[in-house]
Design a protein around this ligand. Structure first.
Ligand code: G4P
Length: 529
C-alpha cells in the first residue's frame, strides 16, 4: 500500500467521559465490531475504584492495565483505528489533557440520566480550545433518562457545543423501542437481547410510510415523525467541514452495554472522522504526507518491573514513516538515537514493528532520555507545541526522609516529573522543592514509587497555595517587575523548565497582586506565548 493510502486510512481518536458514563464499555464494543476481541469483558477498566486511594496494590495493578490499554488499535472496513485511552479519574486529568494532544478527534460519552457531568465539561473545554472534532454518544438509553431535546439543550449550553443529532431514540428506558438513524435513514429495533448479536437494521426510505407504524406501533411512529420534524426545524444540516473545524458536533444515541447504536456510531465515525491532521510546531506547520519522519512524546510509562528501570515513551507520528533501527534526532538533546524494538499496539497486545505511519503510536524503550513533549525528527529542528501544564490543585513540600539516599531521591523525583506524574517547583528563596498535583492520590503514588523503584524515602509537608500562576511581564526590565520580584520573593518558584511561577496563597492575594502590577500577566497554564 502506498504511503498516502496508509495515512488516509488511519483514524486516531480518544473517548472522553465522566467516570461511569460507559467509556470502557463503548471501547470494548468498538473492539468487538472490529473483530479485535472475541468476547465482552476482555477490556479491563483502568478506573480507580472508589475507596481505593490508599491501596497500593490497586495503584500498581492500574498502572499495569493502563499500559495494556494505552492504545487499542484495530481494523474496520479497511480503516486502521487507533483508540487512545484517557483515564477518567479526575486525579489523572493531566494525563488525559496530554493524550488529547495526540488525537485527531474524540468521542464524548454522556450518560442519558446524568447528563453533562463535571469531568465532561472540563475535557470538552480542552477539546474546544484546540478545535478537535467531536462526536457525542448518549449512552444507557435502555434506562430511564432525560428527554432527548432537553439533553441536547443541556449539551449546547453546558458544553458550549453546536449539536446535530444524526440518530434519534424511539422511546427510552422501559419504553425504548430502538433508534432511527438519520444519517443512514434506517430503523434499528431494540430487542433487549442485543448483547451478543450485532443488530440488524431495517432500511426506511420514507419516514411517513405505514411500514414504520407496523414496526414500532402507531403512537411511537407519530411521536417519532413529530420529533424528526422538530430536529429538522431546530438543528442545522450536517456539514462535514464544520464538524472537522470543531464548529459542529454530531450526536448519536444508544446503549453500549446492549451493543445498541454502536455500529451506527462506528460507521459514521469512519466516514466523517478526520484522517491524521497537520500539526503546528514552534517552527512551522508539519503535514502528515511530508516524506521526512517527525513525531512527539505525549506519554511516558514506567516499566512495571522495578529491576529494570526502563520506561516506555509513547510517540505520535505526525509525518513520514517511522522505521526500526533508523537513526533519528532527539531535538532537545541534539542527539541521534536508534530504536531496535519499537512497539506497535493492537487491541490487547503489543508487537515489534518495522514501519509505522502518521496517526500511529509507537512505544519506544527509554532509559531516561525522554520527557513529555520531546520531538524526534530525521534531522530538522522542530519542536512540537501544545503540551502545557495546568496549575495544580494541591501543593506540598517534599522532604528527604533518608539523608543517605538523597541522590536516589532527586533522580527519582526528576524522572517521575518527566513522566508527568506531577509538577515540581523550586522556591526562589531557599531552594525547597514543592510538588504540585491534580489530586491527592498522586502523593501516595510518588511516595510509593520513590521507595520501590529508587530506594528513596520522602515525607510531605503541607503548603498553602491557591494557584500556581506562570509570570509573564510586559517588560522584565521595568521597575514594576523589579518591585514585584522583591516584594513577592517568598511566593516565587521556578518550574522544571526554569519558568518563573507565582504561588498565590489565596484568590484575594492573587487579585491584589494583579491590581498592583498591571503590566504583569499571570497565567494558569504554562504555555501562553
Ligand atoms: P467508564 O469507563 O466511563 O467509567 O464506564 P464503564 O464502561 O465502566 O461503565 C460504567 C457502568 O455503566 C458499568 O456498570 C457498565 O456496565 C454500565 N453501562 C455501560 N453502558 C451501559 C448501558 O448502555 N446501559 C446500562 N444500563 N448500563 C451501562 P457497573 O455496574 O459499574 O460495572 P460492571 O460491574 O457492570 O462492570
Amino acid at each position: 500500500m502506498k504511503f498516502i493510502e496508509e495515512i488516509n486510512r488511519r483514524r486516531t481518536f480518544g473517548i472522553i467521559s465522566h467516570p461511569d458514563a460507559g467509556k470502557t464499555t463503548l471501547t470494548e464494543k468498538l473492539l468487538l465490531f472490529g473483530g479485535a476481541i472475541q468476547e465482552a469483558g476482555a477490556v479491563k477498566s483502568n478506573k480507580i475504584k472508589k475507596g481505593a486511594t490508599s491501596d497500593f496494590m490497586e495503584i500498581e495493578r492500574q498502572r499495569g492495565i493502563s499500559v495494556a490499554t494505552s492504545v487499542l488499535a484495530f481494523e474496520y472496513n479497511g480503516i486502521k483505528i487507533n483508540i487512545l485511552d484517557t483515564p477518567g479519574h479526575k486525579d489523572f486529568a493531566e494525563d488525559t489533557y496530554r493524550t488529547l494532544t495526540a488525537v485527531d478527534s474524540v468521542i464524548v460519552v454522556i450518560d442519558v440520566a446524568k447528563g453533562v457531568e463535571e469531568q465532561t465539561e472540563k475535557l470538552v473545554e480542552v477539546c474546544r480550545m484546540r478545535n478537535i472534532p467531536m462526536i457525542v454518544f448518549i449512552n444507557k438509553l435502555d434506562r430511564e433518562g432525560k428527554d432527548a431535546f432537553e439533553l441536547l439543550d443541556e449539551i449546547e449550553q453546558k458544553l458550549k457545543l453546536k449539536v446535530i443529532p444524526l440518530s434519534f431514540p424511539i422511546g427510552m428506558g422501559y419504553e425504548f423501542k430502538g433508534i432511527y438513524n438519520i444519517w443512514e435513514q434506517n430503523i434499528n429495533l431494540f430487542s433487549g437481547d442485543n448483547r451478543k448479536n450485532i443488530e440488524e437494521t431495517i432500511e426506511i426510505s420514507d419516514i411517513n410510510s405505514p411500514e414504520v407504524n407496523s414496526l414500532i406501533g402507531d403512537k411511537s411512529a407519530e411521536t417519532l415523525r413529530e420529533e424528526l420534524e422538530l430536529v429538522e426545524g431546530i438543528y442545522p444540516s450536517f456539514d462535514r467541514e464544520e464538524y472537522l473545524n470543531g464548529n459542529l458536533q454530531p450526536v448519536f444515541f444508544g446503549s453500549a452495554l446492549n451493543n445498541f447504536g454502536v455500529r451506527e456510531l462506528l460507521d459514521c465515525f469512519v466516514d466523517i472522522a478526520p484522517k491524521p491532521r497537520a500539526k503546528n510546531s514552534e517552527e512551522r506547520l508539519v503535514k502528515p504526507d511530508e516524506k521526512q519522519f517527525t513525531g512527539f512524546v505525549f506519554k511516558i510509562h514506567a516499566n512495571m518491573d522495578p529491576k529494570h528501570r526502563d520506561r516506555l515513551a509513547f510517540i505520535k507520528i505526525v509525518s513520514g514513516e517511522f522505521k526500526r533501527n533508523t537513526p533519528y534526532l532527539h531535538v532537545r538533546n541534539n542527539k541521534k538515537m536508534k530504536f531496535s524494538s519499537p512497539n506497535a499496539f493492537f487491541a490487547e497486545k503489543k508487537e515489534i514493528v518495522d514501519v509505522s505511519y502518521p496517526g500511529d503510536i509507537v512505544g519506544l524503550h527509554d532509559t531516561g532520555n525522554f520527557k513529555i513533549g520531546d520531538t524526534l525528527t530525521e534531522g530538522e529542528i522542530i519542536n512540537y507545541k501544545g503540551i502545557p501544564s495546568f496549575s495544580p490543585e494541591h501543593f506540598r513540600y517534599i522532604n528527604n526522609a533518608d539523608p543517605l539516599k538523597s541522590k536516589q531521591l532527586y533522580k527519582g523525583i526528576d524522572q517521575l516529573m518527566d513522566e508527568g506524574v506531577a509538577q515540581l517547583f523550586t522556591l526562589e528563596l531557599n531552594g525547597r522543592k514543592v510538588i504540585g498535583t491534580v489530586g491527592a492520590l498522586q502523593y501516595e503514588v510518588i511516595q510509593y514509587r520513590l521507595e520501590h523503584e529508587y530506594g528513596a524515602k520522602c515525607t510531605y509537608e503541607n503548603l498553602n497555595v491557591y494557584k500556581a500562576c506562570w509570570v509573564d511581564p510586559e517588560d522584565p526590565k521595568n521597575d514594576e517587575y523589579k518591585d514585584f520580584l522583591r516584594v513577592k520573593q517568598r511566593f516565587l518558584a521556578k518550574d522544571k523548565q526554569g519558568q518563573l511561577v507565582f504561588l498565590a496563597d489565596s484568590a484575594f492575594s492573587l487579585q491584589m497582586t494583579e491590581q498592583k502590577y498591571p503590566s504583569i500577566k499571570f497565567h494558569y497554564v504554562s504555555e501562553f506565548k
